[in-house]
Each structure stands twice: as C-alpha cells, then as structure tokens.
Design a protein around this ligand. Structure first.
Ligand code: FES
Ligand code: FES
Length: 208
C-alpha cells in the first residue's frame, strides 16, 4: 500500500502543508484536500485545460502534474484571483462583458490562461491569441467571445502601461460605435465560426 507524505506549497497566497499520496495528481490534492473546486476535471489526459492552474505564473494541466512536483511552488487558482483593490481582475470583467461564458465548465481554465497571456505584456494579435489558447477546449461558446475578452484585457493592460495596442479593425469598429455594431459583428463572426466548424468536421470525416 502506498504511504501518505506531506507537501508544502503556497496556494492563493497562503502557505499550506497537506497530506498526499505519492501517485496523486495535483488536481486531486487541490480539490480534495483544499476544496478548490474551480479546478475542473475534464479529459484527464492533458488535452482540455479545464484543470489548469498557474504554477509559478505559468498555466499547467494539473490532471497530468504530480502533487509531489509542486513542493515549494506558488499556485494560483481562480479562487485566488483579485485585482489590487480586491475586486475581480480585468480579465474576469472582460469575460463577463463579452459574455465569454456559457455552461462555465471550461471558464476557470480559460481565465487562468488569459491571465498568463495578459501577464506576458506582449501585444498578441487575435491570431496569436487563438494559438495561445489551443490547449483549452470549450464545447459551448464558439471561442470568438473568449478571444475578444482576452484581446480587450490585453488592450486595457497595454493602455495602463502607456503602450500602443491595435485591436483587430473589426473590433475597434464596434468599440467606437457601441452595442448595436458590436452585436452585428458578433453575429457575423458566429456565422463565420459555424462555417469553419463545418469545414473542420468535413476534414475529420474525409481523413477517416
Ligand atoms: S482535465 Fe486536465 S487537461 Fe483536461
Ligand atoms: S462554456 Fe461550456 S465548455 Fe466552455
């Protein structure tokens, strides 16, 4: 029978020492020992990103990360996110503003990935954002609003630092012209996304 050990790490700003099994994934330790239920179990094979947390500032899939590797590290889950005033972070506010959430199962993972992306302080384009979130899957939203939320969080972060960041032209239009233009643009993009999804499905079947 495997023996229980103890491990120390910092989670959401708090030093903790918890018992764990040598073979245990960090996912299980965070949920079962520390009640951090924002960490979701999806695929369990490192494909969907639902179980992501930030470890020393980088997103990690905890379903394929052994707890013992976390010794002395700093872990952040969505429960630990807040801005300097203790409010929601701008990334979370942008996800709400852009309605980048449907069932919400994937959302904690996407939020943490977005925090990592914005924290890079780089002027990522929409295409680059799409590549950067490739390790996070969402079955509901069609991704467009998620990409927009991240793009706007980058925009706000750059603006705060007095740096230029060019939003994709289409999105700049709706920011300047208000809600009606935004809704029109979102509808057009959703149509585009559906067409893209249909193409992807076709390609999958053709390759079989
Ligand atoms: S549950 Fe960990 S990547 Fe899907
Ligand atoms: S909002 Fe449902 S899986 Fe992403």
């Amino acid at each position: 029978m495997a023996s229980k050990s103890f491990i120390k790490f910092n989670v959401n700003g708090r030093d903790v020492e918890v018992p764990f099994d040598e073979r245990e994934s960090l996912y299980d330790t965070l949920r079962n020992q520390l009640d951090l239920t924002s960490v979701k179990k999806g695929c369990e094979v490192g494909e969907c990103g639902a179980c992501s947390v930030l470890i020393n500032g980088r997103c990690v899939d905890t379903c394929i990360y052994l707890t013992k590797w976390a010794e002395g590290k700093s872990i952040v889950t969505v429960e630990g996110l807040k801005d300097e005033k203790g409010d929601l972070t701008d990334v979370q506010k942008q996800f709400i503003k852009e309605a980048a959430v449907q069932c919400g199962f994937c959302t904690p993972g996407f939020i943490l990935k977005a925090v990592e992306i914005v924290g890079d302080n780089k002027p990522y384009t929409r295409d680059e954002i799409k590549k950067l979130i490739a390790g996070n899957l969402c079955r509901c939203t069609g991704y467009m609003n998620i990409v927009t939320a991240i793009e706007h969080a980058i925009y706000n972060n750059m603006k705060k630092q007095g740096k230029d960041y060019k939003l994709a032209d289409n999105y700049k239009v709706y920011l300047d012209q208000g809600e009606e233009a935004k809704n029109k643009m979102t509808d057009e993009l959703l149509l585009h996304q559906e067409a893209k999804d249909a193409q992807v499905v076709k390609e999958i079947f053709n390759n079989k």
